[in-house]
Each structure stands twice: as C-alpha cells, then as structure tokens.
Design a protein around this ligand. Structure first.
Ligand code: AVJ
Length: 351
C-alpha cells in the first residue's frame, strides 16, 4: 500500500501578541503611556477571550504577585532554565563582553530582577548605558535604582513598557547615542512568541540595534519531554499558582468575576510544535463577567495562557538569520539544556 504525499495543514496560531504594531517601522508611535494600560489591557483581554481557542497574553502574568511567583519558579528544582542559563553566563560572560567591546549601550528586554545582566555588566568594559525594559513598573523602578547605585558612571534609563508593541528608547546621553547597541533577551522569553511573532520581534530588535548591533539571546532547547513536563508541573504547585494568578489579576484590575477554583492548571509538552502549552481549563460550564462583557465557558474548555517554545540549535540559527542576524557564537551547558547566542546584525542589512 502506498501512501500519497502527506501534506500537513499549516498550523494556525492564535493571536497572543499584536506584532503588526512592532513592524510599524519609521515614524512608529511612542510606547503607550502607563495611564493607557487599563484600556490596552481591556482590549487585549476581551479580544483573547472572544477568540477560539480562548487566549490570554502571557505578559499578564507579571503583576506584582505574579513577578514574585515567577521568581519563586526560577528557584525550583524542576525549573532548570534559570540556574542553567546563569551558569552559562558565569562561565562565558567574559567572552561575550570581549566580543561586544568597550563602551556599548546595553538594552535588556524584560529585565525582571536583573540578576543575569549583572554578570554582563561586571564583564563589559566601561558599559556606557543600561536600558532595562519591563512591563512590571514597580519592580523596574526598584531594580533600576539598585543598578544605578551599584554601577556609578553607568547611565541607567529604565523604560516601563510592553516590548511586544512598538518601542522608542529613552533619550540617551549625547556622547553614547552612536555607541554600539547590545540587546539582551535572556530567560527563553523568546519562547513565549509563536514562531512568526518571534521572527517579527527579532526583526524589530535588529532595527532597534542598527548597524553593528548585537543581540545576546537566551533560549531553551528541545529535550526529553519528561524534563519539560516536570518544569511546568512543579510538585509545590508554584507554576499552577502563577498561572491562576492571572485570573485574580483580571478580577482586581478589570472587575472580572473569575473563580480560580473552577480552573485546572494544565501544562504539557507538544513535541511536534516544540512547545510547552499552559492552559487554564474550566471544570464546569459557566459564565463570567469581564470588563462589562459576558464570557461563557464550556465544561473542559481551555483558556490558553502561555506557549513556551523550545528550539533546536539549528532552528535557532534559521530564526536568527531570517530576522537579519548572524550567529557569531553559541554557548550551551554540558547537558545541552539551554543555549545563549551571540548574534550580530548582518552586514549590509537595511532595516
Ligand atoms: C519567563 C517565559 C521564560 O516560559 O518558562 C515559567 C515563564 N511559565 N513557568 C517560561 C514560565 C511557566 C517562562 N518565561
């Protein structure tokens, strides 16, 4: 029996980030001011809960409590990502800094507690400026203050923003405006984007970095599904609390009426798509109110809250080159769990 050519239907990705705004190019609008947050939040949440499957963007995890829960996740035995990436940074920050050279402007996408970046700041020769970007404004203000105090002479210019949208960097001191820009995107947060969004995002980073620009990218690698499953289903239930916290946040900030006990944290690795999917599955048919709108959930229906894509080294190289970067170097750990890439904006690229 001969099978005909098997054509897999191309996957349709649910909308989790509006990357079209990121592709805006010249004259792009400034980052939405913080007081526009409730309206931006409302529109994205309502659109996500109206779509099929229902989705919520993962950036919603990071309110104050969510940022704390995430830091707790980073210390879990099962969550190998953070300690592995830190070990790679400890071992190779010197080489990374040597490649980048003296006097660069470091732009960090999603600075969080800014732990890893300290290893870079310590290794870099006379870094000129540090621009931490984060959506969690309280944490950003605190962390930026601490870094400024620890690194006298470093111009720290925090940007409280959603970097999945268009970005305009803060005004930099005149003497560093033309310095080499080194973007830092650690933590495998790139994995939260569906592949087409990841590509659009990286193209945006290439444009922000400009000629001679560099991107240091931390990415989680494909591996044994059992290891991935454990990392997103920790025994202490911190990841479940992190996932459910988004409902509590919507209740607080949008007057939603979610009962978190009616939802099961459900995370599993899909080895074909190469991603961990995190869901909140409704255990009963019920209706909630969100931002003045009624949202009905069937029994067993999911709200898809996060994807964490895992890449092979080869897939990372393809992604980088399609986005206009060349892989100069890549470092991994002895078990090939995680990878940090040093990418340079390709010569002759005109973004
Ligand atoms: C911060 C996006 C890299 O996807 O592993 C941790 C967030 N989600 N546990 C990840 C997360 C569930 C994390 N990133």
């Amino acid at each position: 029996m001969t099978a005909g050519p098997v054509e897999r239907a191309p996957e349709r990705y649910p909308v989790t980030h509006d990357v079209s705004r990121h592709e805006a190019g010249e004259g792009e609008p400034r980052t939405a001011p913080n007081d526009a947050w409730p309206e931006v939040l409302r529109a994205e949440v309502v659109a996500g809960l109206r779509s099929r499957p229902k989705t919520l963007p993962p950036k919603l995890f990071y309110d104050e409590r969510g940022a704390r829960l995430f830091d707790q996740i980073c210390g879990l035995d099962e969550y190998y990502l953070t300690r592995t990436e830190l070990a790679i940074m400890r071992a190779h920050a010197g080489e990374m800094a040597a490649l980048a050279g003296a006097g660069c402007v470091l732009v960090e996408y999603g600075s969080g507690e800014a732990l890893k970046v300290r290893l870079l700041l310590d290794a870099l020769r006379e870094p000129a400026a540090y621009v931490p970007i984060d959506i969690s404004a309280e944490q950003l203000a605190r962390v930026a203050g601490a870094i400024a105090a620890e690194y006298p002479g470093l111009a720290v210019r925090p940007l409280a923003a959603d970097y999945t949208g268009p970005l305009t960097l803060p005004e930099l001191p005149a003497d560093v405006r033309s310095s080499r820009r080194v973007a830092y995107f650690p933590g495998s947060t790139i994995g939260n984007f569906h592949p087409p969004e990841a590509l659009a995002f990286l193209r945006g980073v290439a444009r922000v970095c400009g000629d001679e620009g560099v991107l240091l990218l931390g990415a989680d690698l494909r591996k044994d599904p059992a290891v991935l499953h454990a990392a997103y289903n920790d025994a202490a239930g911190v990841t479940a609390a992190f996932n459910r916290n988004v409902l509590a946040r919507l209740n607080r900030e949008l007057g939603a009426t979610f009962d978190a006990d009616l939802f099961r944290h459900y995370a599993y690795y899909n080895p074909v798509a190469g991603r961990v999917e995190m869901h909140l599955v409704s255990l009963e048919e019920h209706t909630v109110r969100v931002a003045g709108e009624r949202v009905s959930l069937d029994r067993g229906e999911s709200i898809w809250t996060e994807s964490s894509y895992k890449y092979s080294p080869c897939e990372l190289e393809t992604l980088a080159s399609r986005a206009g970067f060349e892989v100069v170097r890549a470092w991994t750990d002895a078990d090939a769990l995680f990878c940090v890439l040093y990418l340079e904006v390709s010569a002759g690229r005109r973004g």
